[in-house]
Structures are given as structure tokens and as C-alpha cells.
Design a protein around this ligand. Structure first.
Ligand SMILES: Nc1ncnc2c1ncn2[C@@H]1O[C@H](COP(=O)(O)OP(=O)(O)OP(=O)(O)O)[C@@H](O)[C@H]1O
Ligand SMILES: [Mg+2]
Length: 377
């Protein structure tokens, strides 16, 4: 793929006003078949859209990016979570009364995505999460039909038969033995059954496609997600080095929870509640900062080590940018603390600019869209 061709596409402006986690409530009628996925049509009308979609399958969120007729980009987002409830008459009438959409499978009712979060709060229950540390969770393999429903909800039906979709996959981890091949094959098969022509795309590589157009797609893209950190060193659209770390926002939450003696859900609430990493107030906020700093230095150490070990690495004569994306970068002061930790390191290549992605939550699906459209042109 030529970098000029990719650049023209990645310049489109993004519209996030179609984020769907809220408007899911009430948008699907309850249905009752055993084969949930094939029987629920959750397509969104898609007139005048260009062929090719980007799909970010994340531990915390699933997002789709598609291009509108006017060249803008629309993003749809849904939580990657669900809640299962006893299928008795009482629960059913309660869900109908609350106007919460559900599907029934083997005598249980399932509520998916953002609606599951809302309901879990009402019931004081925890949602189930099909993915863990960036991959489909071995403890939740029976949750696959739910992930498929969430994907269908954001992706809609193909605009044409075998529409190209690029979907994000993590890279092999440096710190654990994870099975990317199974995860990738599973989603590839699922998307083919939904009528798409799927291509896996490394998550860090997708960040470089979305954020490094002005640098000719040369530089370092890092996605700090819920379950993982994914890094890619790219040279003119080509990924020279990719790897992941099996730590992310969830790792921060569970560690903060452990040291403070609080549930990790409470630690998430604390972390997302407006802390400034540069100015922690009190013991609880200081705990969050400690794990953030550790995650950042651990990431930088790993990039450095891989450069030192790496054979066939391109020579970066000009300084490159480092772009950080993903939900974990949304905390106040993230990029300043990243720069501070970076300045303590002796980094193996010259770096000019360290910055956040334009829309850090959307970078991965936008990069996948850029690749999908480039492949379809
Ligand atoms: N304002 C915020 N402050 C701090 N953290 C946040 C904020 N908003 C979201 N997060 C964190 O971002 C993480 C989710 O990010 P993201 O959606 O990029 O992950 P993902 O792509 O689903 O996961 P992965 O790529 O690891 O599989 C969660 O840990 C969440 O707590
Ligand atoms: Mg991600």
C-alpha cells in the first residue's frame, strides 16, 4: 500500500455523534431463538457510505469506523460486556417495563453493551466481560454469541457482499504466552459469516495509520487499552516492530484496588473520576499515579530492549514522533508524565515529538478504516 494513497484517506474529519452505547436501549425488540446471532437483525441504514469499514475489537470497547458520503468518518462505540439474568416471567416483565432490549438463549436472558452496565448498576451486579488482557477470555468462551451481537450492533450489515473490514488484533505479548492465532482466527471466521471480507490488523499499526499521515507513516504508535498496551514501530506504512504488554487500564485498577483494599470497580471509578497525574491528592490518587508511571516506564523499557535486540530494524536518521492512543491515555496529565519518564531514558532512536492521538479512543478503528478503504480502492 502506497503511503500517499493511505494519507488521502486518513485526512477525513471524524464525527463521533453516532456513539451508540446509550441509544442501544429500546432499539432492538426482544427475540427468543436459540441461535441469537443469525436471528437478530441489528443493521443500521447505510445509504451513501463508502465501501470498507474499520473495527476495533477491544477488551473494554468495540468500535466501528465508516466513511460517509461527504468524506467524514462516523464512529460507533459499544461496551464489550453483557449481563445474564434468569429467564423467569418476573424478570422478563421487569426488562420489558424498563424498556431494556434483551435476547433469550437456553432459558437465560442476556442484555449486552452499555445497557448491561446500566442494569448492573441498578442490580448491584458485575457485568460479564468476554475478553481479558486483549484476547477472548478462556473463562468466557460461551460468551461468543454475545460478542457477535455487540459486533453486529456497531458494524451493521455489509454495504456490499464481502465488504472489506480491517479488524484490530493485539501483537504477541512480551510478558505472557498468549494465543493470538486462535483469537484472530475466531474473529476472522465470525466476520466472514456476517458477510464481510475480514483482514486482521495489528492494533499499534492501526494507530500509526490514523495518526502519522503527516510524518509519512513513520514513527511509533502506542495503544494504551483496557487489557493491553500495543506498540508498533512503523517505517513508511510498514510495521518494523510490533509487540504487546499484557497490562493496561484493568491492570492499574486491580493493583490500585489491591493496595487500597477496595474492589477494582471502585478503583476504575476513582481513576476515571478526574485525577491529574501531575498533582495527585491523597493516598488513593497517589496509588493510581504509581501504577501509571510503572506502566509507562515498563512500555518504554520494552521498546528500548526490542530495538537493541532487533535485527532488520530500519535506520531512523530523522527524529520520529511517538503517538499515544487508547482509553488509558484519557487521564489528565498522561502525556506530560509520559514525556517526563521518557526524558529519564536513553532512547535508542531520535524522537522529535511525543503527543496524544487526535481522538485517542478512536485511533485504532480509524486506522483500520484507513487500511480497509485503501485496500478497496
Ligand atoms: N477518563 C479516563 N481516565 C482514565 N482511564 C480511562 C478514562 N476513560 C477510559 N479509561 C480507561 O480506558 C480503558 C479502555 O480503553 P480502550 O477502550 O482503549 O481499551 P480497549 O481497546 O477496549 O482494550 P484493549 O485494546 O486493551 O483490548 C479502561 O481501562 C478505562 O478505565
Ligand atoms: Mg484497544
Amino acid at each position: 500500500m502506497e503511503s500517499d494513497q493511505v494519507k488521502n484517506i486518513s485526512d477525513g474529519t471524524t464525527s463521533t455523534d453516532e456513539v451508540v452505547s446509550q441509544d442501544f436501549v429500546g432499539s432492538v425488540e426482544p427475540v427468543e431463538p436459540s441461535d441469537v446471532a443469525s436471528s437478530v437483525s441489528m443493521s443500521t441504514p447505510q445509504t451513501n457510505v463508502a465501501v470498507g469499514k474499520g473495527l476495533d475489537i477491544g477488551t473494554a470497547n468495540i468500535l466501528t469506523a465508516l466513511r460517509d458520503a461527504d468524506g467524514g468518518i462516523t464512529i460507533r462505540r459499544e461496551r464489550n460486556a453483557f449481563l445474564d439474568i434468569d429467564g423467569d416471567v418476573h424478570s422478563r416483565s421487569m426488562l420489558t417495563r424498563l424498556n431494556v432490549p434483551y435476547v433469550v438463549r437456553e432459558d437465560r436472558m442476556y442484555v449486552i453493551g452499555g445497557a448491561a452496565f446500566e442494569l448492573a448498576n441498578i442490580f448491584g451486579r458485575a457485568t460479564r466481560r468476554p475478553m481479558h488482557d486483549g484476547l477472548i477470555s478462556p473463562a468466557e468462551v460461551d460468551a461468543l454469541p454475545m460478542v457477535q451481537l455487540i459486533i453486529q450492533k456497531t458494524l451493521g450489515e455489509p454495504a456490499v457482499p464481502n465488504e472489506p473490514v480491517y479488524f484490530s488484533v493485539p501483537a504477541e505479548s512480551v510478558d505472557c504466552d498468549n494465543n493470538i492465532i486462535y483469537h484472530q482466527g475466531l474473529f476472522s471466521g465470525m466476520l466472514s459469516k456476517l458477510g464481510y471480507a475480514p483482514t486482521p490488523m495489528n492494533e499499534g499499526h492501526a494507530v500509526t495509520f490514523a495518526e502519522l499521515a503527516a510524518q509519512d507513516f513513520t514513527g511509533i504508535g502506542i495503544s494504551f487499552g483496557g487489557g493491553m498496551v500495543n506498540c508498533c514501530v512503523s517505517y513508511k506504512t510498514i510495521p518494523a516492530l510490533t509487540f504487546s504488554i499484557a497490562r493496561g487500564g484493568d491492570w492499574i485498577d486491580s493493583n490500585v484496588g489491591n493496595v487500597l483494599g477496595i474492589p477494582s470497580s471502585k478503583a476504575t471509578y476513582l481513576k476515571e473520576g478526574g485525577i491529574d497525574l501531575r498533582n495527585p491528592k491523597g493516598r488513593e490518587e497517589e496509588a493510581v499515579v504509581i501504577y501509571y508511571r510503572n506502566l509507562i516506564t515498563y512500555t518504554l523499557d520494552n521498546i528500548k530492549n526490542r530495538f537493541v535486540e532487533g535485527r532488520d530494524m530500519p535506520n531512523f536518521n530523522e527524529p520520529v514522533d511517538i503517538v499515544c492512543a487508547g482509553g488509558t491515555t484519557m487521564i489528565n496529565g498522561f502525556i506530560e508524565v509520559f514525556r517526563e519518564e521518557f526524558s529519564k531514558q536513553k532512547f535508542p532512536i531520535p524522537v522529535s515529538n511525543i503527543r496524544l492521538g487526535e481522538e485517542p479512543l478512536n485511533s485504532v478503528c480509524k486506522g483500520c478504516l484507513v487500511a480497509a478503504i485503501s485496500s478497496a480502492d
